[in-house]
Design a protein around this ligand. Structure first.
Ligand code: PLP
Length: 576
């Protein structure tokens, strides 16, 4: 099954026509410089601008803004600037985290002014800082004691403070910058307070309360990344009395919000569903299976807008150029009308040459990112590299390839191959820290594995890009049903890596024969399947025919899916 975009924006005329249609057909939502698309996110992963997120949520936010900039869409991204961030260190065979300060002035942000929010019977002063990029900008709020991203308990006071600061502070920041939101996209429920601030403004400025609710709902899109509502944080009435209610001016809004408590607690997902009429999930599978109910008990429907990536950012420039040269991709990085035919023209020799260039880039990055033994790595183009690079969370199963170390060893030995492993454990996840250290012990105990499996600390954007560009085979093995979308695999497909994956998240937007599929009735069978696929992938790199087959297959199925331009267009289609 191949995804066909409904409209194509193949030419600049198409893009102009599309915007003209938006402006004609939907006056209250039309986009302009001072009525931008506003994108709210507690997490942004944009290291070039000094903001390091935790994972996919923040990567998606950064990619969305960059794609909007390329498409000339007026978009304002509102987010906190965290004055401290965590980095992972590796010493004496063990991993641990350190918190380091970051300064916005070092990254070209300008201070616009200050705004206040009310917390705990006092005022908190937030700095509003801004950085412009073409038609887009990052508007951030910050203060010296804002803390780190996701520090502390998800139901704790500090987390609520950060979310309230983003919502109420960020909404004031928009006004300070002279902007009115045409649309508010809430990237997960931590940004709920932004929509609440808008509702409060409308209701306290004379609009009838119910009209204000309808208006806010029609202009708010809630993008969900979580599968199970029960897993989401909730807060107590008392916490709201300290942090939320003091910031509301409208009595009706306060009453409306108070009524949403059940047994003294409020779940942000429930109120976000109430305040956003538009709702999306981040892949076809995720939109279908996300199990959310509104306060009346109805199952919530999510529109599937599969995450895409900013291809020019993540993919080796010469690979992008190659897609354009063969006629599979247009200048907006959207697949052309006949991209499937055009992909038939790619050949093994070109793939190998491009990957050799990628390998050189990877080697440069690895120069300052030594492995667990302190070894500076360098790989020749003829050495095969497997990689596993993602957050170390349980469901992604980073330990799976190490369940049978002898089997892994055999694959690496037979194919002159190395395995690169990188990923950070979520703050405070002691179970996963233990598992990571177990894997590191397994590697250390074996003479061959300790020189052919490389763990690189402090996984970040730089490593993600370097490995996608320079490795041959990437491993993506989440427990089926638990990955909302995942974007690492999209970087890998774009960069001509062969994908060994379970059928989950955005991968499952296409059929399971689109890549080297890992499957099985239970984990034992999946492990067997994984080793078989790893072996097949290694063989494919030794044989032009098989290499071409799988590369063509992956690109034919996934080129539209991985395109960030396609994603933004899908959002615009849904919104307008
Ligand atoms: C792409 C990326 C992610 C997102 O990866 P998933 O596959 O969604 O888990 C997380 N962290 C970094 C540094 C990335 O580059």
């Amino acid at each position: 099954m191949i995804l066909k975009p409904r409209h194509r924006l193949d030419t600049i005329e198409d893009v102009e026509e599309f915007y003209a249609a938006i402006q004609r057909e939907n006056l209250t939502r039309s986009l302009s410089e001072d009525r931008p698309y506003t994108y709210w996110t507690i997490e942004l992963y944009d290291q070039a601008n000094g903001i390091r997120g935790g994972g996919g949520l923040g990567i998606l936010a950064a990619d969305t803004r960059r794609v909007a900039e390329q498409m000339n869409v007026p978009l304002t991204l509102v987010t906190p600037f965290y004055p401290r961030e965590f980095h992972q260190k590796f010493e004496k065979g063990k991993c641990f985290d350190v918190s380091v300060p970051v300064s916005y002035a070092d990254f070209g942000f300008e201070l616009i002014d200050k705004v206040n929010i009310k917390c705990n019977n006092g005022l908190v002063e937030l700095s509003v800082i801004e950085k412009e990029f073409g038609s887009t900008r990052i508007l951030a709020i910050t203060e010296p004691n804002f803390g780190e991203l996701y520090s502390g308990d998800s139901c704790g006071d500090h987390r609520l403070y950060q979310e309230v600061a983003l919502g109420f502070g960020g909404y004031q920041a928009l006004k300070l910058a002279g902007l009115k939101p045409a649309i508010m996209q809430l990237n997960e429920v931590a940004t709920f307070f932004a929509a609440l601030a808008r509702l409060d403004e409308l209701a306290s400025n004379g609009m009838d309360f119910y009209e204000a609710v309808v208006y806010t709902r029609k202009h708010t899109l809630y993008t969900n990344h979580t599968l199970v509502q029960a897993a989401e944080a909730s807060f107590s009435y008392e916490q709201f009395e300290h942090y939320v209610f003091p910031n509301l001016r409208s009595k009706a809004v306060r009453k409306w919000l108070s009524d949403k408590f059940e047994n003294g607690r409020i779940r942000l997902s429930s109120v976000t569903i109430e305040i956003a009429e538009l709702r999306s999930g981040v892949s076809k599978l995720h939109a279908r299976v996300a199990n959310y109910r509104d306060l009346s008990g109805e199952k919530v429907k999510f529109r599937a807008v599969t995450n895409g990536i900013d291809l020019p950012y993540w993919v080796l420039p010469n690979i992008i150029k190659y897609y354009k040269t063969v006629g599979a991709m247009d200048k907006f990085c959207l697949p052309t009308g006949d991209y499937e035919e055009k992909i038939e023209n790619i050949d093994a020799q070109n793939i190998r040459e491009l990957k050799a260039q990628g390998r050189e880039f990877m080697n440069q990055v690895l120069q300052h990112r030594p492995d667990q033994n302190g070894t500076v790595l360098h790989f020749e183009p003829n050495e095969l590299v497997f990689d596993f690079k993602r957050r170390f969370v349980d469901y992604k199963r980073p330990w799976l390839p190490f369940t049978d170390p002898e089997r892994l060893k055999l694959i690496l030995e037979n194919h002159n191959a190395h395995y690169i492993l990188t990923g950070r454990v979520h703050q405070g996840d002691s179970r996963m820290t233990l598992k990571l250290n177990e894997v590191l012990d397994t590697i250390k105990k074996d003479k061959f594995l300790s020189t052919h499996v490389h763990y690189i600390a402090d996984y970040d954007e730089e490593l993600a890009r370097a490995l996608s560009v320079g490795s041959n085979i990437s491993i993506n093995i989440p427990i089926v049903g638990l990955e909302a979308c995942g974007t690492s695999w999209e970087k890998d497909v774009g960069n001509l890596c062969l994908l060994v994956s379970t059928h989950d998240g955005g991968v499952a937007d296409a059929a399971s024969d689109s890549y080297l599929n890992v499957s099985g009735a239970d984990e034992k069978e999946e492990i067997e399947s994984m080793y078989t696929r790893m072996e097949e992938a290694a063989c494919a790199w030794e044989n032009d025919f098989d290499l071409e087959f799988w590369e063509k297959r992956q690109l034919a199925r996934y080129l539209p899916i991985i395109s960030g331009t396609r994603m933004l267009k899908d959002y615009l289609d849904y919104l307008f």
